[in-house]
Design a protein around this ligand. Structure first.
Ligand SMILES: [Zn+2]
Length: 152
């Protein structure tokens, strides 16, 4: 289980190795992604609170990266954070996400980035539920939810 000290360590000293790397030109991303996906993943935009696909959705399944398809989160780690964006307590795998300090918008935050394709996902905070205490605040447009075939 990842805790806040792990996140800080990764942001400061280096992130876990990705399982694989997907690299594309900005032109390729523009063609393959929808406008909303492109704005979030490649331009680091934040979608409006509550008016996004997975904010109030708690169906089972896995959330994959809209850019590269790797598994980011399991729906079992999703919880109601009253933030307006889908929120998770843990990533699906330790190496799925990388972390970097983000000082934009006059805030000190830690940005969550897809470790495979480098797409912007959202931010991670230390006010999540115990025992891990993490809150991954993620843009819906950066993810695609797949139904878990094991449960269907
Ligand atoms: Zn990705």
């Amino acid at each position: 289980m990842l805790r806040w000290k792990d996140i800080i360590y990764y942001a400061k000293y280096g992130n876990p190795e990705p399982y694989e790397k997907v690299e594309k030109t900005e032109e390729e991303w523009r063609q393959e992604l929808t406008e909303a996906q492109y704005q979030v993943l490649r331009q680091r935009a934040t979608e409006p609170p509550y008016r996004n696909a997975y904010c109030r959705s708690y169906e089972p399944g896995i959330y994959t990266c809209a850019g590269c398809g790797q598994m980011l989160f399991n729906a079992t780690e999703k919880y109601h954070a009253i933030s307006g964006w889908p929120s998770f307590t843990q990533p699906a795998r330790r190496g799925a996400i990388r972390y970097t300090f983000d000082d934009s918008h006059h805030m000190q935050r830690i940005e969550a980035i897809c470790n495979v394709c480098g797409g912007h996902l959202g931010h991670v905070f230390n006010d999540g539920p115990e025992p891990g205490g993490l809150r991954y605040c993620i843009n819906s447009a950066s993810m695609v939810r797949l139904q878990d075939s094991c449960e269907g």
